[in-house]
Write a protein that binds this ligand. Structure first.
Ligand SMILES: Nc1ncnc2c1ncn2[C@@H]1O[C@H](COP(=O)(O)OP(=O)(O)OP(=O)(O)O)[C@@H](O)[C@H]1O
Ligand SMILES: [Mg+2]
Length: 497
């Protein structure tokens, strides 16, 4: 259905994609696997016409395509759902679905027809989204549904998904997988990018592995083991992801008493976190973990309850105050709360309003001190390429995540609040993040780790709170932490001693 040979893309002096061959069969799910910066997004940007290629050929149904533009790609039935969302938050669902391709009769918008078509489009995949809601008011999962529906307007023969589950987890991802299964059954070919090995294993027919812009190989998924795929991806066998933590928790540093948010997503939560410990927050997406983190940092309105920190009882914390007091928060969603893409990486690392006196003087001195200050954190996280003056947009998705994480390392904080810190990053970067958490906690900091990855909780956390529908269902101590014990509280069963 689609056949590419020798696809190459250079950005300035950088070869992001180097003579890659790639083909697609009708009705197949073809996964792309590779480390951060391997060239996955670049490959699909060439196939969807987002960037012109520097060299190589592309044929659709045996017909050579010379100058592929996004419009031509659309005409050929190639649709892409991108890593970073493309919706306009202020517009409603229907407006977003038809943005730039409105249905008109003469000068008039055909509002009724657009509404009907939007409804049918969403229904086709069983997506339940209110048509009149502004996109800003939708959940992440719903925003993605709109994104998918938008890409699939018209007839699609090739659909590309770039890390569609990066900011979703199991429950939320279900409608997505159902939609993918339906597309496959309709004979649509799918390109699927993910860092989650379990997904690649369960949905893909073939896998193409990229490393350093080159194609390492294309294999039938059923014929290879995870270990073989990882070795193709990184070029050598990978060491253990986790090393054991030696923690000796000290005094209580932060506590939450009877906390409920105005949104109702956090209900009567009490928890404590001590110096030198990693406290895990477990539960399905939507269980209130993220909102709890946001409330502690002052991003959610608190209705009842208090947060005790550094001897203060806070009813309405603000990010400014919390940062000053020594609490740093890393959001899960780098797109929405994260980065200024058209500014240098350096500024993105230092811009977090961190009150660093040394960084606040005169413009020349500022750049100079900034450069020195960020060198070590970026080194620690293994930013690739190590080019802090490049705009954030020029980094791969996983490396953008590292820029956000680097912010918290500029200053010594005593509480680190991580929400899904390893979303979208490759195995090596994951290991760096785990090493960082270990180093912080062993150095006496308090780490609060909210994650949907069970192995992260069992390997890193000393205590775990499992949440369900806004409430804490169970607190598990060091002896009670297993994947099974965590899961047993996911669906709201009351804790039994
Ligand atoms: N617009 C751009 N300008 C300059 N360099 C770029 C640009 N886009 C990508 N690159 C570079 O091309 C290389 C491949 O990036 P790409 O985004 O394709 O990686 P990826 O495999 O999708 O990684 P990730 O898993 O982190 O999303 C990287 O070195 C990246 O820095
Ligand atoms: Mg990418």
């Amino acid at each position: 259905m689609l056949n590419a040979e020798g696809l190459t893309k250079t950005f300035g002096g950088v070869t992001a994609l180097d003579q890659v061959d790639f083909d697609l069969r009708p009705g197949e799910i073809h996964a792309l696997l590779g480390e951060n910066g391997a060239g996955k997004s670049t490959l699909i940007n060439l196939i969807s016409g987002t960037y012109p290629r520097s060299a190589g050929t592309l044929a659709v149904d045996g017909h050579a395509v010379e100058h592929l533009t996004p419009q031509l790609a659309r005409t050929l039935g190639i649709a892409a759902v991108f890593q970073e969302f493309s919706l306009v938050p202020e517009l409603n669902v229907v407006q977003n679905l038809f943005l730039g391709r409105e249905l008109r009769q003469g000068p008039f918008l055909r509002s009724r027809a657009m509404r009907q078509e939007a409804d049918a489009l969403l229904n086709r995949f069983g997506f339940r989204v209110p048509l009149d809601a502004a996109v800003a008011d939708l959940s992440r999962a719903q925003r993605q549904m709109v994104e998918i529906a938008k890409a699939l307007r018209g007839r699609s023969r090739v659909v590309i998904f770039d890390e569609p589950t990066a900011s979703l987890t199991d429950g939320e991802a279900e409608p997505l997988f159902a939609a993918i299964a339906q597309l496959k059954a309709d004979g649509v070919a799918i390109i699927y990018v993910s860092h989650r090995m379990s997904e690649i294993r369960s949905i893909s027919d073939r896998v193409t592995v990229l490393r350093g812009g080159k194609r390492i190989g294309t294999v039938e998924t059923a014929d290879v083991s995870d270990a073989e795929l990882i070795e193709m991806m990184v070029g050598r066998p990978v060491d253990e992801l986790y090393s054991s933590l030696t923690l000796s928790p000290g005094d209580e540093r932060l506590s939450v008493r009877g906390l409920s948010t105005r949104s109702g997503r956090v209900r009567d939560v009490s928890m404590t976190a001590r110096a030198g410990e990693v406290v895990g927050l477990a539960g399905l997406v939507g269980c209130g973990r993220s909102e709890l983190c946001r409330a502690i940092f002052g991003l959610e309105e608190v209705a009842h309850g208090t947060i005790r920190y550094h001897g203060e009882s806070l009813h309405a914390p603000t990010p400014h105050h919390m940062l000053r007091q020594g609490l740093c928060y890393f959001p899960a969603d780098r797109g929405a709360e994260g980065l200024a893409l058209n500014r240098p990486a350096r500024e993105n690392v230092t811009m977090a309003g961190l009150n660093l006196p040394a960084l606040a003087t005169g413009p020349v001195l500022k750049v100079w001190t900034e450069r020195r200050a960020i060198a070590e954190p970026l080194e620690k996280l293994g930013l690739r390429p190590m080019a802090p003056e490049n705009n954030a947009a020029a980094f791969s998705g996983g490396n953008q995540q590292k820029l956000m994480l680097a912010r918290g390392l500029l200053k010594d904080f005593d509480v680190y609040l991580f929400d899904e810190p390893t979303v979208g990053i490759d195995v090596n970067a994951k290991r760096d993040v785990y090493a960082l958490i270990k180093q912080l906690a062993e150095g006496g900091a308090t780490v609060i780790l909210s994650t949907s990855e069970l192995p992260e909780l069992t390997h890193l956390a000393t205590r775990i709170y499992v949440m369900h529908e806004g409430r804490v269902m169970a607190e598990l101590g060091p002896d009670g932490i297993t994947e099974k014990s965590i899961l047993s509280h996911y669906f709201g069963e009351v804790a039994h001693a």
